[in-house]
Design a protein around this ligand. Structure first.
Ligand SMILES: Nc1nc2c(ncn2[C@@H]2O[C@H](COP(=O)(O)OP(=O)(O)O)[C@@H](O)[C@H]2O)c(=O)[nH]1
Ligand SMILES: [Mg+2]
Length: 169
């Protein structure tokens, strides 16, 4: 049996946590990634988790945690040991952007998240009036959030998406 190099193991597997307000589209994205199909979803009670093999032979374990207000207190429990945070925003729901921003602020204060990359997904780009990825990250004040946390070198990416188009893994 060959020796397993822990560095190799580390890059072959990643834990990803997907958070965001309810109805931002997390479960739709999860099942699009898993099955390449758009399913009708129900509000998530608790969480969904799927393991997804990528074309680069990596295994991603993606946690999709319910975003309803009463479930947000449990988000902290999922932040330990995560390799990446994907924060999903409904770009067409301007009424809830401020709430989404506040929730993201709370998450980013968490110690476990300090050294992990953050991806902001500006979802629902197909809907009329949806803000662009740049506008969403501006509204979420990402630059300032990184400065507040003394994360000048922190990497964050913003990406517009809609699950009806193929998502590359
Ligand atoms: N138009 C549009 N609707 C979407 C998109 N993504 C998700 N939805 C819809 O938004 C609603 C909530 O999606 P869901 O994945 O359950 O959100 P979650 O609560 O964040 O898991 C569902 O009716 C989805 O069909 C999108 O990109 N465009
Ligand atoms: Mg859901």
């Amino acid at each position: 049996m060959g020796l397993i190099n822990s560095t190799q193991l580390k890059i072959k597997e990643a834990q990803i946590i997907m958070l965001g307000l309810d109805s931002s589209g997390k479960s739709t994205l999860l099942y699009k990634l898993k099955c390449n199909e758009v399913f009708l979803t129900e509000p998530t009670v608790g969480f969904n988790v799927e393991m997804i093999k990528t074309s680069k032979d990596m295994t991603l374990t993606i946690w999709d945690v319910g975003g309803q207000q009463k479930m947000r207190t449990a988000w902290d429990n999922y932040l330990e040991d995560t390799d990446c945070l994907v924060y999903v925003v409904d770009s067409s729901d301007k009424r809830h952007l401020e709430e989404s921003k506040k929730e993201l602020e709370l998450i980013l204060r968490h110690d476990s998240i300090k050294n992990v990359p953050v991806v902001v997904l500006a979802n629902k780009q197909d809907l009329p009036g949806a803000l662009s990825a740049e506008e969403v990250t501006e509204k979420l004040n990402m630059k300032k959030q990184c400065q507040n946390q003394n994360w000048s070198g922190k990497q964050w990416i913003s990406k517009g998406c809609r699950p009806s188009t193929p998502l590359a893994t």
